[in-house]
Design a protein around this ligand. Structure first.
Ligand SMILES: *Cc1c(COP(=O)(O)O)cnc(C)c1O
Length: 408
């Protein structure tokens, strides 16, 4: 007889046997460059999205406490009933200014923003064209809309259709998809600004160019870029020099901007206005907590006033990439603080991450199915919170473990 209990036990065992079971390491301190895990060990953290080191910033903590004192703990309401405070409106104004858009609308998370953004804008006669490596929340958001779907081969801008030698499936480039989608109502291209496994940056110059040629809208999820990519940290649109050409930006407050939670859609005023009427995760989920609104406002205030943190992150990233390359490691080239150390072998990647933890360096090994088979790696993430000494200590540990395991 089928019982769900037995079925789940069987599936959990299969996940363990696969080596893809996810254990959660318990941290007993705030997030930061140096953290303590529950067995009492102090480790240097190189796997958080704490890009600017703001997760435990004293100014943000103080602003969050102050906002909570002034506006209370929670609002017990969605925005349109009685969940909009003056500071929610102020944050929407400030985020729109920071991202260079007309308006912005807050969500509990970027996952929710991506769950909201497609369905109201794209009817069944519209087209959505998405990069094959887009984040899970974009994939789920696309599933919720009725538009016809095209998936283009990751980062492939060409007018081509090829057969994948491994799977036999057809692979298309973006321009081919755009051609096939001509005649649809709205056509939207959706892409991550930065792809989190490789740290590669979407070619927004080419994407916006094609969008203009074929009359499509461009939606960019800048979760791994807002706050630090580009000279003023405004994101990939600034980095790629496409100001004003991206129609919709979604992003998170849960990474560089203090790392608590919350997300946003920033766009033209009609799109934002329509989202307030029709975006389901906005209409039917509670408003962002006052402390998070106050903390995020402070994060934007800090980043608008100075580029010091994104500059330090950039310097740290360059230093780590240079030292690791000199040490003989195979680093995926790039400029993003996501820095994949390629090991290719799945077991080796996990073994190396474990050994590095013993050396006091907290990093994570990634293997199939999170990355393609045979492309296992350790993903290192740099932060402005790291000192030069932290980075040198990490490279030293990589050298020691790398030599022992025969990687270098
Ligand atoms: C982290 C991330 C999200 C999810 O953001 P949350 O605010 O944590 O829900 C969405 N998209 C991308 C590309 C991300 O990296």
């Amino acid at each position: 007889m089928y019982t769900l209990k037995d079925e789940l036990a069987r599936k959990l065992n299969a996940i363990r046997a696969d080596g893809t079971y996810k254990d959660e390491r318990v941290i007993v301190t705030p997030q930061g460059a140096s953290i303590r895990v529950s067995d009492g060990k102090e480790v240097l953290n190189f796997c958080a999205n704490n890009y600017l080191g703001l997760s435990d910033d004293a100014r943000i903590r103080a602003a969050a406490v102050e906002a909570m004192q002034k506006y209370g703990y929670g609002l017990s309401s969605v925005r349109f009933i009685c969940g909009t405070q003056s500071q929610h409106k102020e944050l929407e104004r400030r985020v729109a200014d920071f991202l260079g858009t007309e308006d912005a609308i807050l969500f509990s998370s970027c996952f929710d923003a991506n769950g909201a953004v497609f369905e109201p804008l794209l009817d069944e006669d519209s087209a959505i064209i998405t990069d094959s490596l887009n984040h899970a929340s974009i994939i789920d958001g696309v599933r919720l809309c009725k538009a016809k779907r095209w998936i283009y081969k990751h980062a492939d801008m060409r007018d081509v259709e090829e057969t994948d030698p491994e799977t036999g499936k057809s692979l298309k480039g973006l321009e081919r998809c755009l051609k096939e989608a001509q005649g649809s109502h709205a056509i939207m291209i959706a892409t991550d600004g930065v792809f989190s496994m490789d740290g590669d940056i979407a070619n927004l110059g080419a994407i916006c160019g094609l969008a203009e040629k074929y009359g499509a809208l461009v939606m960019v999820d800048d979760s791994h870029a807002t706050g630090f990519m580009g000279a003023k940290g405004r994101g990939t649109w600034e980095h790629c020099g496409v100001a004003g050409r991206v129609d919709i930006i979604t992003t998170t407050f849960g990474k560089a901007l203090g790392g608590a939670s919350g997300g946003v859609i920033a766009s033209r005023k009609e799109i934002v206005e329509y989202m307030r009427q029709k975006g389901r995760p906005y209409l039917f989920s509670n408003t962002l907590a006052p402390a998070i609104v106050g903390g995020t406002l402070q994060a934007l205030h800090i980043l608008t006033g100075s580029t010091e943190l994104r500059d330090r992150l950039e310097a740290n990233t360059k230093l780590f990439r240079r030292l690791m390359t000199e040490a003989g490691f195979d680093i995926r080239p790039g400029e993003h603080p996501i820095c994949p150390v390629m090991l290719y072998d799945e077991k080796l990647a996990h073994r190396m991450a474990d050994d590095l933890l013993d050396e006091g360096i907290y990093v994570i090994g990634f293997s199939f199915p999170v990355v393609p088979k045979g492309k296992a790696r350790i993903r290192v993430q740099l932060s402005a919170a790291h000192s030069e000494a932290h980075i040198r200590a990490a490279v030293e540990a990589f050298r020691k473990v790398g030599r022992r395991l025969g990687v270098i």
